[in-house]
Design a protein around this ligand. Sequence first.
Ligand SMILES: NC(=O)c1ccc[n+]([C@@H]2O[C@H](COP(=O)([O-])OP(=O)(O)OC[C@H]3O[C@@H](n4cnc5c(N)ncnc54)[C@H](OP(=O)(O)O)[C@@H]3O)[C@@H](O)[C@H]2O)c1
Length: 379
Amino acid sequence: MKYRTFMNNEENVSLLGFGTMRLPVVDGDSSKIEEALAIRMIRSAIDRGINYLDTAYMYHDGYSEVVVGKALKDGYREKVLLADKMPLWMARTEEDMDRIFLDQLRRLDVDCIDMYLVHNVNAQIWKKALKFKVLDYLEKKKSEGRIKHIGFSFHDEFPVFEEVLNAYPWEFCQIQLNYMDTDFQAGVKGLKLAGSLNIPVIIMEPLKGGKLTDVLPQSIRDLWNQAPMKRTPAEWALRWVADFPEVLTILSGMTDMEQVDENIRILSEADPNSLTETEQKIIKKAADEYNHLIQYSCTGCQYCMPCPIKIDIPDLIGRYNDWFVFERNQKIRDDFYAWVHPKARPSACEACKACEDHCPQHLPISDIMKKAQAVFETE
Ligand SMILES: NC(=O)c1ccc[n+]([C@@H]2O[C@H](COP(=O)([O-])OP(=O)(O)OC[C@H]3O[C@@H](n4cnc5c(N)ncnc54)[C@H](OP(=O)(O)O)[C@@H]3O)[C@@H](O)[C@H]2O)c1
């Protein structure tokens, strides 16, 4: 395993981190983790050098923290940096933060969480973070020895990232990055900004949640097959992320032991700035090809928002695009039903077109909602 350092070389972190949002489950039920297998996978990864473990309060309906806690028994706790997060959207009052934090320590059965993040920061959550003085709370926990390092995970546009990054002396941050999402949310620009401020970056969704490895469009299959170097889709994607020296660790949510084996192999071989110009060109071609399959080029600028009936328009356009890019992968439908509130599905659109007046790309949003309804809401 390759390692990278932070805190002036005090902490040594494995380049592959174990994300526990997609552990193996029974009968496709996310709240029923296949516990014995998950524990075996986590311990086997630690035995082979992984020392960063990421969980959160809501993963697997709270069961991820419990299983991670069990995996860390028998001497494994001391071998890892354990990461967990404060879900501020679940806190109605400031006091709720303490209730959640204590719950996390109890579920994990630990005294201290090494890497603690304000979870899923966007403009709205950041406002709440300031209102609830979450950083004062976390600093108190740090002085009590309950937290070692304070960071945040991020899901919004670059200007918000810049604001949050500059607002506090963060010890680390976490962003989504993969070769398709270079300009999405914080993007490569955000990664470089964090690097320039000496803030190490943890990467999530390096395989776009498995969409870059699952069902490949024929054109992408051809591209990988014709490449002079033989690599799996996961290898192309992980090596692209690992090439950035600003990256501290890459979290992958591994679902079976083969994925653990493969990702360990890949990130035991990847050095920063080691991809050749030819390799970079091949990856860029794959990204271009994926982007070519996109139906509507929404940039996620949010100018269309808020929708009077609370439809998350950019999110739904993204899901609709994914349906075509990833060859009608069932996972995209499953995610739609898991994450989109029944009252905010495309069929709720009343075609008032208020959004269309504001869209800088002039997208026919109400038509897109009808098409998305046909894709996601009909049998
Ligand atoms: N803080 C936040 O807001 C936030 C948000 C998202 C994620 N996260 C964290 O970041 C972690 C990483 O994100 P992610 O889970 O989306 O990571 P990811 O690596 O992009 O996606 C994981 C999925 O990729 C597939 N996969 C992994 N290794 C593979 C391989 N070698 N070959 C083929 N397919 C492979 C698996 O899908 P299949 O099993 O379906 O093939 C797996 O479930 C999460 O687990 C979570 O801990 C945090």
